[in-house]
Structures are given as structure tokens and as C-alpha cells.
Design a protein around this ligand. Sequence first.
Ligand SMILES: C[S@@+](CC[C@H](N)C(=O)[O-])C[C@H]1O[C@@H](n2cnc3c(N)ncnc32)[C@H](O)[C@@H]1O
Length: 221
Amino acid sequence: MTQVYVRRLFDQYAGRFDAALTVHLDYRGPTILRDAVDGVRAADASARIGSMLDLGCGTGLAGAAFRPIVDRLVGADLSPAMIEQAAAKGLYDRMVAADALQFLTEERERSEKYDLVVAADVFTYVNDLGPIVEATTHILAPNGLFTFTVETHDGDGVKLQQTLRYAHGTGYVRAALAAAGLTALRLAEASIRTEKGKPVPGLVVVAQASTVSDLLARAVA
Ligand SMILES: C[S@@+](CC[C@H](N)C(=O)[O-])C[C@H]1O[C@@H](n2cnc3c(N)ncnc32)[C@H](O)[C@@H]1O
């Protein structure tokens, strides 16, 4: 799936996205991710999060779910029209129209760090998750959290579905996290939307970056 295809798809969809997803597709990605993050933070769940990147922020539905607990919220998305819809909601401190991988690379060059990176229903448009997961590790603060959803399938590896969205197998997701040195704190089945009235099989993931002591141990090893 090319960037041009995805950008065009969402540029055309932007004006009716919120109604289409929340009313017709019963979209619950942002709520499911917020619950998952609250769950792993447990005792700290009421503590504020310093900075969050909403990767593939779209019209800002995930931004809205996390804004109440986040001090600084940055959004990036491939589609300028989706960004325009999100900007109109006044939720974000900074917004950038860019491809996720390109944006992550630039943020690393700027030495930006985030306590939380959220990608809600974005990786259904990405075939190989390896490079994005790896690039995310470089902008996560020590102990930072990376939470995302994928559509999944019974086999392993990546499958392009008839819907033209990618489904990622559980083993594939676990391997991508492990290869990037992230710890999977939660990896559970969760359906974030329906398709023709049926729940679409998916996974909700919360992974954690290494601690400062892990990083130091690796540096001296
Ligand atoms: C289904 S929407 C989800 C939007 C939002 N995260 C939400 O939960 O409502 C998928 C979004 O991912 C964006 N996207 C897809 N591939 C991307 C990429 N490679 N880089 C940046 N954004 C991407 C699309 O432009 C679209 O806005």
C-alpha cells in the first residue's frame, strides 16, 4: 500500500471520518488504548504523563481520549486533511503532516523524547512494522510506553486483507517488539471496530522502553 494511496484515502475521508467510525463502525480504538495504558500504569494511573505523540493521529480521536492526562500532545499524520480536522478541535500542542517513519526519524534527530507514543488503528496501513517499532524506541523516554492496535489473523506474519488493510499475526508483533528491545507489558485480543456488523479481530499492545539502568548495563556490556 503506497503512501500516496493512504494519503488520498484519508484526505477524501476526513470530513466524514468521525461520524463514519464512531457511529457506523462502532470504533473504540482510543478508549481501548486508554484503558490498556491506565491498566499497566495501575497505581500511577492518576499521575500525569509529560509528553505524548499521537502517531497517525487522524482527526484526533485518540488525542481526545488521552488529552486529560497529558501535558504536551503532539500529533503526526500522513493526511493533511485529517490533520486539519484534528487541528480544529484544539487538542494538540504541535501537529505535523508527515509519514510516520519519516517523522520518527526527524524527531530522533531533534533529540525529542516522549513518555507515551500512541498509534490507534494506524498499523493496518503499514506492512512491515519492524522499522516503525524500531524508530519509536529512539524517541521513547526511559520507561516510556508505546501502545498501539493491529488487526490480526490466525496465522503468523503479515497478511494483506480484502479490505486492503494489513493484519499482523501475534507472533509477528511479539517478534517486532523483541527485535527493537521493547518489553510487551500487555498484548491481548481486542476488537476495536466492526465490519459488516461483525467484530474485526485485533490486538491491543502496550510495550515499554528500557529503563535507564538497562540502558547503562547495555552500554558497558
Ligand atoms: C483509521 S485512521 C485512525 C486515526 C486515529 N489514530 C484514530 O484513532 O481515530 C488511520 C490514520 O493513520 C494515518 N496513517 C496511515 N499510514 C500512515 C503513515 N505511514 N504515516 C502517518 N500516518 C499514517 C492515516 O492518514 C489516518 O489518519
